[in-house]
Design a protein around this ligand. Structure first.
Ligand code: FES
Length: 87
């Protein structure tokens, strides 16, 4: 079975790139020219936290970009970058 293409949209830059299921999120962001801050790359520092919505209008999920890959079964994914974390 071939991998499904997923349209990944990065906000607030509003850049959309095509990714494949299972592709690491940081790799997709790099291809889009979007910088997601990173630190440990192991899931412990939370520097890389972003929100994503797997469907328009869906409840956004908070994910660590360094641990995240493009989920299967979604045609689109919207990523909200955190530029100004309040925590
Ligand atoms: S870079 Fe540290 S949690 Fe992702």
């Amino acid at each position: 079975m071939s991998s499904m293409a997923v349209q990944v949209r990065f906000l607030p830059e509003d850049i959309t790139v095509t990714a494949t299921e299972g592709e690491p999120l940081l790799q997709v962001a790099a291809r889009a020219g979007v910088v997601i801050p990173t630190g440990c790359l192991m899931g412990s520092c939370h520097a890389c936290v972003v929100d994503w919505e797997t469907q328009p209008g869906a409840e956004p999920e908070v994910v660590r970009a360094c641990l995240s890959a493009i989920p299967a079964g979604e045609a689109t994914l919207t990523i909200h970058l955190y530029h100004d974390p309040t925590w």
